[in-house]
Design a binder for this molecule. Structure first.
Ligand code: C5P
Length: 219
């Protein structure tokens, strides 16, 4: 009998975009498909973990055996994630969280005024879910291993190294371009304090299995 690498571990994953309301029928979102996060949740479950997936609005089936919590906004994602992180051994933040939200969502649909005037909108910064969780006592004491992702258009290595330190996480995973939103494959750059390892182009599920093995090895 070969014990599974994450047997008995609680793994928390965020995935997908967030949706920030402007009014009851409109909002701001991004092109994240959620595929990488869902693949990671599936791979973590295959490795024997108890997996909770906090998902923004995506149209993907829940991986078998995974507990899913659906959210829309960054604020809701934070509120769902923080209590779950208290129980988790591993937190993997793959969600493409909106950096900003409209400062005030209208509770009624905003109407055209007929004179060509356009609505003026101001924004508020969203909470950084990964930095919040990585700064918690459970993470800083070493009980919770946090993993961040980075999607950059240029200088991936330098940005990934800087982001790892800024977010306060032991492992940062860079998406090797070109932009991978919606694609079924990708290539990854795993950056920790000591090493940088490139995982060559493969399906998101194969990459997810590789990443889970790397995380299990570091626990
Ligand atoms: O700062 P940036 O958005 O590039 O950082 C990306 C990493 O931080 C990803 O792991 C993402 O899931 C996480 N993140 C977060 N909350 C935010 C912004 C990013 O958890 N508000």
């Amino acid at each position: 009998f070969q014990p599974k690498s994450l047997a008995g571990k609680n793994i928390l994953v965020t995935a997908g975009p967030t949706f920030e309301a402007i009014d009851p029928v409109r909002g701001i979102t991004n092109l994240s498909s959620g595929k990488m996060g869902f693949a990671i949740a599936r791979a973590a479950r295959e490795a024997g973990g108890n997996v909770t997936l906090v998902a923004g609005p995506v149209s993907l089936p829940t991986p078998r055996g995974v507990t899913r919590i659906n959210v829309q906004s960054a604020q809701q994602m934070l509120e769902a994630t923080v209590p779950q992180a208290q129980l988790a051994d591993i937190f993997i933040a793959t969600a493409a969280v909106a950096d900003w939200r409209p400062a005030q969502a209208s509770d009624q649909k905003i109407k055209k005024d007929g004179s060509g005037n356009t609505p003026q909108m101001s924004f508020t910064e969203n909470p950084d879910i990964l930095a919040t969780v990585a700064g918690s006592e459970r993470a800083t004491s070493g009980a919770l291993f946090c993993v961040g992702f980075a999607a950059e258009s240029h200088d991936l290595l330098a940005h990934a190294q800087a982001k790892r330190i800024r977010k306060g996480v032991p492992l940062l995973v860079g998406n090797i371009g070109p932009a991978t939103f919606g694609a079924d494959d990708n290539a990854l750059l795993l950056v920790d304090a000591a090493t940088t390892v490139e995982v060559p182009r493969a399906s998101k599920l194969e990459l997810a299995r590789h990443l889970i093995a790397e995380i299990a090895r570091r626990l």
